[in-house]
Design a protein around this ligand. Structure first.
Ligand code: GCO
Length: 407
């Protein structure tokens, strides 16, 4: 039995655009319906989580989980520049309250890829005013619900585009397409998708500036949430002859971003798989090796490896904010998660300060350009009726949470 620290957070994660439904004022919605869209299907009503969050939180709590990572949607809160919707802010305050009533610790993300249409139309993160716009929004959210939220993250995976650019090519279609990448390694097309969505900037300076300003706005109160950002930490490994390239990619796609976290209260680790880097770039997954629905190698060891990397370079407490697997085989999800948690337990045993594990995802949801075919959820969602069905993997994770350990 490997035991986790007292007060360890055990939970699951979602993102507003992927579950709420009807997110019509966001750049993503716009991109989904644009001519020549790269999206397999539009998000539509998603999981109707915007209305069904009380039921979803009750399911989560009944499983034995004690934490829920969800996001607040900027395009609802500030639908036009400078107009802040009191009704939307109240909605999210009710969500936070619903967590607390159920004994669930809320972990709130301010920006999970989707941005308001007006922000994207003005050039997104490449506009000089972007950092101040984001900080103003962050300050309004913190003013409205910061007193109730113990964990807040500014950006979800701000380094994702940087990773795409530096890796040059990711074989897994699901990681490749959502960024609106062309085959070029020129950062321009990676930043400005032809579908009009405002993906994060590939430049660490741009995103770090927005992050720092937002942290400052959040810290001005009320409340005193732990603040950080959550990074996409693919377990990058050198293959024969690829050491030099690996070192450079790892520096710009991961380490430069982890170093920003040194001034934060925590760093969020999000990891799914590894990529091996040869002299000419990313190597394909070898024949015969198991892959997920997204085409990624089934590689649960990535969790232990990247948590150690994060702790070493960010030097702040680690919260695992995403880890999971897209599969129709729920036993495979349990096996993957069990192995990943084994690696995490090893980190804890070695003294790494890990505060929690939030599985991706609570619900089967809208996997960006891949649409609804990728099933990452602990809970299935009927695409017509929205009916929820708890999977055995959810009960398994709930048991681990109740025992605060792995047998
Ligand atoms: C991301 C996001 C999630 C994804 C998940 C599976 O990493 O892209 O944080 O929105 O759905 O990672 O791809």
């Amino acid at each position: 039995m490997s035991q986790f620290p007292d007060g360890f957070l055990w939970g699951a994660a979602t993102a507003p655009h992927q579950v709420e439904g009807g997110n019509v004022n966001s750049d993503m919605w716009h991109a989904e319906w644009a001519k020549g869209s790269h999206f397999a299907e539009p998000s539509g009503d998603a999981c109707d989580h915007y209305h069904r969050y009380p039921e979803d939180m009750t399911l989560l709590a009944d499983l034995g989980l004690n934490a829920y990572r969800f996001g607040v949607e900027w395009s609802r809160i500030e639908p036009e520049e400078g107009f802040f919707s009191r009704a939307a802010l109240d909605h999210y305050r009710r969500m936070v309250g619903a967590c607390l009533e159920r004994g669930i610790t809320p972990v709130v993300t301010l920006s999970h890829f989707s941005t308001p249409r007006w922000f994207a139309a003005a050039g997104g993160w490449s506009n000089d005013a972007a950092a101040d716009r984001f900080a103003r929004y962050a300050g309004r959210v913190a003013a409205h619900l910061g007193d109730l939220v113990p964990w807040m993250s500014t950006f979800n995976e701000p380094n994702l585009v940087s990773m795409m650019v530096h890796i040059g090519l990711v074989p897994a279609a699901a990681r490749d397409e959502p960024l609106g990448r062309s085959n070029s390694t020129d950062p321009e097309p990676a930043r400005q998708s032809d579908s009009g969505a405002a993906w994060p900037s590939h430049s660490v300076d741009v995103m770090a500036t927005a992050h720092r300003k937002a942290v400052e706005a959040i810290k001005s109160g009320p409340g005193d949430p732990a603040v950080g950002w959550t990074l996409a930490l693919v377990d990058l490994q050198p293959a024969d002859g690829g050491e030099q390239r690996w070192r450079a990619v790892r520096q710009s796609a991961l380490l430069d971003w982890l170093e920003v976290s040194r001034d934060d209260d925590f760093v969020g680790v999000q990891t799914y798989t590894r990529e091996r880097i040869g002299p000419d770039g990313i190597l394909p997954v070898p024949e015969g090796v198991a892959t997920t629905q997204t085409g990624w190698e089934v590689y649960p060891e990535a969790l232990g490896h990247t948590v150690r990397l994060a702790a070493e370079h960010a030097r702040v407490p680690v919260l695992v904010t995403e880890n999971g697997m897209a599969t129709a085989d729920d036993d495979a999800r349990v096996a993957y998660t069990c192995a990943a948690l084994g690696g995490l337990a090893g980190c804890v045993a070695d003294g790494v300060d890990v505060r929690g594990y939030l599985h991706w995802s609570l619900l089967d949801n809208f996997e960006w350009t891949s649409g609804y075919q990728m099933t990452f959820g602990l809970i299935a969602v009927d695409r017509t009726t929205f009916e929820r069905t708890v999977k055995p993997s959810a009960r398994w994770l709930g048991k681990v949470a109740r025992a605060n350990g792995l047998t």
